[in-house]
Ligand binder design. Structure first.
Ligand SMILES: Nc1nc2c(c(=O)[nH]1)N[C@H]1C(S)=C(S)[C@@H](COP(=O)(O)OP(=O)(O)OC[C@H]3O[C@@H](n4cnc5c(=O)[nH]c(N)nc54)[C@H](O)[C@@H]3O)O[C@H]1N2
Ligand SMILES: Nc1nc2c(c(=O)[nH]1)N[C@H]1C(S)=C(S)[C@@H](COP(=O)(O)OP(=O)(O)OC[C@H]3O[C@@H](n4cnc5c(=O)[nH]c(N)nc54)[C@H](O)[C@@H]3O)O[C@H]1N2
Ligand code: SF4
Ligand SMILES: [Mo]
Length: 738
């Protein structure tokens, strides 16, 4: 039996993996502070993907994308990739080769990939899918607090809350076990839809505020306005722990509730009631998710929510707080260790001369050899194959053919590359545009560390050996680096060695992991060699138990206490302890104070018009993960949610001549999505909702607008102007992709 963590979201629920009589791994939930013995249905079925018949087990190669893939051996594939990368670099310069990573990659992979890009390729062109995910809240957190750690407190702190306001987050569907922490008697959910979380809030006597998509900023200003007028602000806290309130207030003063109602559609009476509930409670939290962030005004919108939290005196206290709910499994760690265009490991900036010196010295190179900042994710994808843009890309842990905004355009760009290499364990939709596909190991077949939504670093253990023919991402990075002329010792392929190096390199940095690498180090010294080489179980010596669990492991192997591992929250300097709660004494700005940001509402890039009279917003359903490349291959999940649905109010459906179960064509200025109509009685009449987990004609991202936030460069996934039309029954079965 191996104790490890789920391959999917940032909650990183713990699980046990145990071989069943047929030799497959069975999942059992395990105790951990985030999931407390619970799992969602994606977690329960996660092991099925290890043995899917669709598993890639041999490298695939073709020289041009009009020909068929040929299975080849690893040396042939890697030699080809290295040779082509070197060629393109010689002809077009180092920025001709780009890398696209992921918040799903372990800390070790994120770190080594960033190092590979900067040293082996010498390219500035590396970014990752986290740009689509939490970059707006990260930027807003940095501006306000001087440091971005999504939740600066343990999730279990929420248990004592009287009121929790959740803006643009639907954890009942996206992180179900988290609802075990959201036990506050009053939940206030801000979401244009009556989401599963909003339903739960109402069932408990809480509130659901349903603003028009893209108007949260005004709503947050309105709530702050009421809170001040009703004397609910924490004036002492504002004076002692913050700066900039009066300037920020100048933008709030004009947002009286009736004006906010006109813009957002949230009744003024509800704004008053919500402000009072939040303002008068003892212990309260404000949490934000992607619904606030995935806008061209995402950073300012999150800042507006943070302003409200600061004015009420919540951040940096025990029993109250502000937090952003990180999304991907390693969404937090993945944004700290250098796979971001502007970043070096440990949250250092690539344009900071001192940081460059520190990292270059640690890597044994001259700081002048490190490239500068590169393009952000969408800008990078949009530049592929274009004038001055990269000619080659290596993709790991993302499926932008489905998940990027304006995906029709992004697919066209992928097709224009001279060299497109994808590392994956299944043939994702992005592989259809590739020249080389490299089959890699999955979560239970390797080890590595993840940093969950609380900033808690945890270890995934290896339960089985990878199938024959499959290599780990770390092995592939090393093999390519060596072929590109790097010394082998610069690119270790054992997770433990990479973690040790990451710890040393981040020492003294904002995200200091130097203490964590020591505490999480494997005690058997290396990769296990036990077990057969094709998916067989790996024997787990007792010493595999992570330090975080060791203290409370009973003879049954269960963790007794749910609240262990406090020393594993970063920053965790090697000579100090971890930091479960940040900002209790001071914020991370030099003056120790948090900053109010003077933010003003601005409309979404696209408004409804006579041609596109409705707004479409997008997000998730419980049963599928992201681009769906993984969960659409799990039979139980695919059967439960087989296709794209478009949720809408009955009146909206009627106006478009649609009924429940009809096939609808949803069209924006960029493209078309085919979706099954689902009637939801409590929706806004001006807004429809589509999940983005499906490919081809059902891809919601055929519609979405790549308008970017000016600071975070996050795309506006949450607002597109669209129209609806019925699709005759005989059409739509084999509609073209684009
Ligand atoms: N089942 C499942 N769970 C997941 C994932 C998954 O793909 N599937 N992905 C993981 C990842 S990477 C992430 S980032 C998280 C995301 O987790 P969430 O942020 O909870 O997920 P979303 O569904 O993207 O968005 C949340 C809500 O925002 C609402 N919304 C849309 N527009 C607006 C707006 O303008 N204002 C407000 N206030 N709300 C708006 C949507 O209706 C939606 O209900 O989930 C993680 N967990
Ligand atoms: N319309 C719309 N679009 C969205 C969003 C939205 O709300 N609305 N949300 C955005 C958000 S928040 C996110 S996070 C993105 C996510 O979307 P993507 O970046 O596409 O993420 P995944 O679908 O998780 O892609 C992961 C791919 O990598 C593979 N993979 C998983 N783990 C590993 C690994 O360790 N190594 C390697 N080599 N491969 C691996 C999987 O098999 C899969 O093919 O989508 C964004 N797109
Ligand atoms: S909530 Fe997230 S981490 Fe937990 S089982 Fe579900 S997908 Fe996995
Ligand atoms: Mo995400």
């Amino acid at each position: 039996m191996t104790r490890t963590h789920c391959p999917y979201c940032a909650l990183q629920c713990a699980m046990h993996l145990e071989p069943d009589p047929s030799g497959n791994l069975a999942v059992r939930p395990a105790q951990f502070p985030t999931n407390r013995g619970g799992l969602c249905r994606k977690g329960w079925t996660a092991a099925e993907l290890l043995t899917t018949p669709e598993r890639l087990t041999t490298p695939l190669l073709r020289t041009d994308t009009s020909s068929e893939f040929q299975p080849v051996d690893w040396d042939t594939a890697l030699d080809h990739v290295a040779r082509r990368m070197a060629q393109l670099r010689r002809f077009h310069g180092p920025d001709a080769v780009s890398v696209f990573g992921s918040g799903g990659l372990t800390n070790e992979k994120s770190y080594l990939l960033g190092k590979f890009a900067r040293l082996a390729l010498g390219t500035s062109q590396i970014d990752y899918n986290g740009r689509f995910c939490m970059s707006s809240a990260a930027a807003a957190g940095n501006r306000a607090f001087g440091l971005d750690r999504g939740m600066p407190f343990p999730l279990s702190d929420l248990g004592g809350a009287e009121v929790v306001l959740l803006a643009g987050a639907n954890p009942a569907a996206t992180m179900p076990p988290m609802m075990g922490h959201l036990t506050a008697p009053t939940l206030i959910v801000v979401d244009p839809r009556r989401s599963a979380t909003a339903e739960q809030a109402l069932a408990r006597g809480g509130m659901h505020l349903a603003p028009r998509p893209g108007t949260d900023l005004a709503l947050a200003l309105g709530l702050l306005h009421v809170a001040r007028v009703e004397n609910l602000l924490d004036e002492d806290y504002i004076a002692e722990r913050t700066t900039g309130f009066s300037e920020a207030w100048r933008h709030v003063a004009a947002w009286w509730p009736h004006r906010v109602e006109q813009l957002t559609g949230v009744p003024a009476a509800d704004i008053h009631a919500a402000a009072r509930l939040l303002g008068q409670a003892g212990s309260r939290y404000i949490l934000t998710g992607r619904g606030c962030e995935q806008h061209s005004s995402g950073v300012d919108t999150v800042s507006a929510w943070i302003n409200l939290a600061l004015a009420l005196g919540l951040p940096g206290r025990v029993g109250s707080g502000y937090g952003c709910i990180t999304g991907q499994g390693n969404g937090q760690g993945g944004r700290e260790h250098g796979q971001k265009a502007d970043q070096l490991p440990g949250y250092r900036r690539i344009d900071d001369p001192e940081a460059r010196d520190r990292v270059a010295t640690a890597w044994g190179v001259d700081a002048g050899e490190l490239p500068g900042p590169g393009r952000s994710a969408f800008e990078l994808l949009d530049a592929l194959g274009q004038d001055q843009g990269p000619r080659a890309m290596w993709l790991l842990g993302s499926n932008p053919a489905v998940s990027a905004p304006d995906a029709v355009r992004v697919r066209r760009r992928l097709a224009e590359l001279d060299l497109f290499v994808v590392s994956d364990f299944v043939f994702s939709e992005s592989c259809e545009y590739a020249h080389v596909v490299l089959p890699v190991a999955q979560w239970a077949e390797e080890r590595g560390t993840m940093t969950n939504l609380e900033g808690r670093v945890l270890r995934r253990n290896q339960a089985v050996n990878p199938p024959a023919g499959v290599r780990t991402d770390l092995e592939v990075i090393r093999e390519l680096a060596v072929r590109l002329g790097q010394p082998a010792e610069r690119f270790p392929s054992e997770a433990d060695a990479v973690l040790t190096e990451l710890g040393a390199v981040t020492r003294g940095a904002p995200a200091d992991y130097s203490g964590i690498s020591a505490r999480l180090a494997y005690r058997d010294g290396g990769r296990s060699t036990a077990g057969p080489s094709s998916g067989g179980p790996v024997a787990q010596p007792a010493s595999y138990v992570a330090a975080e669990d060791a203290a409370s492991v009973e003879s049954t192997g269960e963790v007794a206490s749910p609240d262990t591992g406090n020393e594993l929250y970063w920053p965790a300097p090697v000579d100090g302890s971890g930091t479960p709660r940040l900002f209790l004494d001071s914020f991370a700005h030099p003056d120790g104070r948090a900053r109010f940001l003077p933010v003003e509402h601005r409309p979404a890039a696209e408004a409804a018009s006579p041609t596109f009279p409705l707004l479409a917003t997008t997000g998730r359903v419980l049963g599928h993960y992201q681009s769906g490349a993984q969960t659409r291959r799990v039979p139980e999940l695919a059967a439960a949610d087989p296709e794209t649905v478009v949720e809408m109010h009955p009146d909206t459906a009627a106006r478009s001549g649609l009924r429940s179960g009809d096939q609808a064509r949803v069209t924006s200025a960029r493209g078309t999505t085919l979706a099954r109509v689902r009637i939801t009685a409590h929706s806004r009449r001006d807004t429809v909702f589509l999940p983005f987990h499906f490919a081809g004609a059902g891809a919601a991202n055929n519609l979405t607008n790549p308008a970017l936030d000016p600071t975070s460069r996050m795309p506006e996934f949450k607002v597109s102007a669209v129209r609806l039309e019925p699709v005759p029954a005989d059409e739509g079965k084999d509609s073209p992709d684009e």
